[in-house]
Design a protein around this ligand. Sequence first.
Ligand code: ADP
Ligand code: MG
Length: 239
Amino acid sequence: MQPSVSIKDLSLNFGSVKVLERLNLDIAQGEFIVLLGPSGCGKSTLLNCIAGLLDVSDGQIFINGKNVTWEEPKDRGIGMVFQSYALYPQMSVERNLSFGLRVSGMPKAEIDKRVKRAAEILQIEPLLQRKPANLSGGQRQRVAIGRALVRDVDVFLFDEPLSNLDAKLRSDLRVEIKRLHQRLKNTMIYVTHDQIEALTLADRIAIMKNGVIQQLADPHTIYNKPVNLYVAGFIGSPS
Ligand code: ADP
Ligand code: MG
């Protein structure tokens, strides 16, 4: 089966600073992959390249076999959820969920169906008429996930979606994201610096340091057979 996302020799420089250098990564259809590493190692940069929010310096990105390296973000079949919720403050939850679909000219009946389904999956039906200011952090993040969900995308990108939340909410939403993945079975690329999140969510973890993937393996292998001291130290495993 062809990979869901394939990254080939990807390089990204900010001026003379090389943030990503000839990075390669194949992600399978339906895989939950976690990019794990300390602040500044290039996780968001990589995600933003996949999303099309940054122009790559060199290399290619394929989604479902199609070269999307120079495609607009909206044409890539991806949905992105950020750490800050990026909701429209003046719009109701319902409007926040439907806005992108309205802009695309989708028929109202189809929009309503998708909003209803997303609200049901994320258990935010009672909140549809509220404004973001009247939601808790966890509820806002659910709405942010809902906005990716209604677009019916093949690939979800998450950039530290839980790091603004307190510990209890983080663990609750972790369980929900896992459940969401089990239900939708789409590809998820999830950025975090939180080892617990990585170990509990991932099919495979890519451990990054200075823009380079140090090890790519399932959580059990990463934890029990780290390839070097950096990985061992970062994941907190005995070695
Ligand atoms: P992470 O998400 O892993 O914390 P980032 O991808 O945000 O890391 O950043 C990787 C490196 O690129 C850091 O050294 C950061 O300072 C640098 N960087 C990120 N964005 C920019 C930018 N717009 N201009 C210049 N340097 C940047
Ligand atoms: Mg980041």
